[in-house]
Design a protein around this ligand. Structure first.
Ligand code: XCC
Ligand code: SF4
Length: 644
């Protein structure tokens, strides 16, 4: 297949061609070898949870051996995906909580509590005494409470109290206020095992509760504690794409998710001794760059360059310029091993829970993290001399990274009156129509970066402020959408005016996938600020994920929906189409209960229309469309806009 059909990223195209020429395989090639993929799996109608199966629903068999009907099977599979997604984010959150606690207790000497202002706020929220106590003491209490959120025997997630009151009441009424994360995951697995929960509605309610334990629990804690540990992000410049790799420096890629590892490598790369060692082997410096979400974490906090998103992980190695790639957890393709073998690149796993057969393992532990990071850098330096021919694409784009909730608040209102008021006002007066979150991965089934960036362009053109996370952020960055200089020209006049006044691009990079909780917190603040209704479900806000790969994305989608938002997902990527009842519930029925719902649309232009229609209907309901005359677009107008 033409490289341009595989990715819209020029640098990626170059590397795809290079790999093809050299006879090396990547995810796209392996996808081709898998085609046609299983139609039962796509629709969510196969079940292999007991050994009377595997069963699949067809014209010939309308039930599994146990009698489970298609609704039960599809709902159960959906719940299991969510449980897996929740467990990934929340295990990440738990690791952060453990390092946080160790830091507070003085057991993790290489880490610091960087944002004590945020620590105090968090302490207050969690009911921890601050007066007359040291930072360490306060942090130790916060850490204990946070860690308990994952496994406490009773009570519900404390962070849910951040949600607007009516939202909390909806959750209580539906009995889905999440309890301990572990409990929700365990119960989800129990309920979806053979012969337990066989009422698809009941199964899907648990899907909401488990997902909420992620969004308002594990993932939210990950973000909050990481901010205290590593610093709350504030906007700063950075660069994205493979052009950030250096021909004359030692290149190290950090790949995966937990900043526990990448922060240490980033810190160690500045070590004078190591820089001198690099110079000795003829390298001008040590260049650390990230891929996937750990890259977002580093860009957000330190402006460290991003080499690419999910589908770039194999391609960066194909530049021949990577001395070492250190990976931790999640979204690390086993395919990396084969690509790394074709080059001098040393692939190293660092998380004991994420090893790869045949790959060297260097375990990162909190007590000795910096020492281990230095060891990894030494391995990279020693490997510099083994470089063969190097082919680094030129492409890179400037981005502004670092839009945390706090920094958006600050940018909008200023240091002395930090506030969401200007955002709310500009939504009310119609300069900004609404806000959309574009999140998610890149999937070889779709041309890489195409849907995220096309959707972002469509939305900003029509005055919708876009917040992005995960690999979608990196996609937008690569296409210049997170750079005020290039992106403001693409924004509609109202949005542009506001962005220029405040000094922000129309697409805000908000971090990694756990940082989707920043979007939830921002929604809470929009409600609290006033003028846009009493609950998240009243806001002219929506989420979209048209290029997902991960169970995590389904969990995120479900907690957005259960928080009251519309979520538009890539059609092929949501395996529920086999059950009309489950589809009907998730697309429509759930809205009556939660105020949010799923929609599927693979065409980004049409997805933009869906989101705009949603935003305008929320504006109508709020009565803020009456104030000003607005141009009513009919379908023909919209299409004309879309092809501009
Ligand atoms: Fe993975 Fe987070 Fe998806 Fe990227 S966006 S492919 S989940 S790295 Ni999170
Ligand atoms: Fe088949 Fe039922 Fe067992 Fe699933 S639980 S594999 S549908 S018998």
């Amino acid at each position: 297949m033409e490289p341009s059909k595989r990715s819209i990223d020029k640098a990626a195209q170059e590397m795809i061609s290079r790999m093809a020429k050299l006879g090396q395989q990547n995810a796209w090639d392996r996808l081709d070898a898998q085609l046609p993929q299983c139609g039962f799996g796509k629709q969510g109608i196969c079940c292999r949870i007991c050994s009377m199966g595997p069963c699949r629903i067809s014209k010939k068999a309308s039930a599994g051996v146990c009698g489970a009907d298609v609704d039960t099977i599809v709902a159960r599979n959906f719940l299991r995906m969510i449980a897996a997604g929740v467990s990934a984010h929340s295990d990440h959150g738990r690791t952060v909580a453990e390092v946080f606690l160790a830091t507070a207790k003085g057991d993790a000497p290489d880490y610091r509590l960087k944002d004590t202002t945020k620590l105090h706020k968090l302490a207050k929220e969690l009911g921890v005494q601050t007066a007359g106590r040291s930072t360490q003491e306060i942090a130790a209490d916060v850490g204990e409470i946070a860690r308990a959120e994952f496994g406490k025997p009773e009570g519900t997630q404390l962070m849910t109290r951040r949600a607007p009151k009516p939202r909390q009441e909806i959750w209580q009424k539906l009995r889905v206020t999440p309890r301990a994360v572990d409990r929700e995951v365990t119960e989800s697995l129990h309920r979806s095992t053979m012969g337990v929960d066989q009422d698809f509605r009941n199964v899907l309610l648990q899907a909401s509760r488990a997902a909420l334990a992620d969004g308002w629990g594990g993932a939210m804690l990950a973000t909050e504690l990481q901010d205290v540990l590593f610093g709350t992000p504030y906007p700063g410049r950075g660069e994205v794409n493979m052009g950030v790799l250096k021909t004359d420096e030692v290149n190290i890629i950090v790949h995966g998710h937990e900043p526990i590892l990448s922060e240490m490598i980033a810190a160690a790369a500045q070590d004078k001794e190591l820089l001198a060692e690099a110079a000795k082997v003829g390298a001008k410096g040590i260049n650390v760059a990230g891929t996937c979400c750990t890259a977002n974490e580093l860009l957000m906090r330190h402006g460290i360059p991003i080499a690419g998103n999910f589908l770039n992980q194999e391609l960066v190695i194909a530049t021949g310029a990577i001395e070492l790639m250190a990976v931790d957890v999640q979204c690390v393709m086993q395919g990396l091993t084969e690509v790394a073998k074709c080059y001098h690149t040393k692939l190293v796993t660092t998380a004991d829970k994420g090893r790869i057969a045949g790959v060297e393992h260097v375990s990162i532990e909190e007590k000795t993290a910096l020492k281990t990071a230095k060891e990894l850098i030494r391995m990279a330096i020693a490997n510099f001399k083994n470089r063969g021919e190097v082919d680094i694409p030129k492409d890179k784009e400037k981005v502004v990274g670092g839009f945390s909730f706090e920094s958006i608040n600050y940018m909008l209102g200023g240091r002395f009156r930090a506030s969401f008021r200007p955002l709310n006002d500009n939504i009310i007066n119609g300069r900004i129509r609404g806000v959309a979150g574009i999140v998610g991965c890149t999937n070889p089934k779709v041309p890489q970066d195409f849907t995220h960036t096309t959707l972002a362009r469509e939305l900003i053109k029509r005055d919708v402020l876009v917040l992005t996370t995960g690999c979608a952020t990196i996609a937008c960055g690569k296409q210049g959408l997170a750079n005020p200089r290039t992106a403001l020209d693409l924004a509609g006049p109202g949005l542009r005016e506001v962005c220029e006044a405040v000094g922000i691009p129309p697409v805000l990079t908000c971090g990694s996938c756990v940082d989707n909780t920043r979007l939830l917190v921002s929604c809470c603040e929009m409600v609290r600020e006033g003028g846009l209704g009493e609950d998240i479900s009243e806001l002219p806000v929506a989420g979209a994920c048209l290029e997902s790969i991960s169970e995590k994305a389904i969990a995120i989608g479900q907690y957005f929906v259960a928080s009251g938002l519309l979520v538009v997902f890539g059609e092929e990527l949501l395996p529920i189409s086999g059950s009309a009842n489950v589809s009907e519930y998730l697309f429509r029925g759930i809205e009556k209960e939660f105020g949010g719902h799923w929609a599927v649309e693979s065409d980004p232009v049409k997805a933009a229309e869906t989101i705009l229609a949603h935003i305008e209907s929320k504006r109508d309901a709020l009565g803020i469309n009456k104030a000003k005359e607005r141009k009513l677009y009919d379908m023909a107008d919209r299409r004309a806009l879309a092809v501009e």
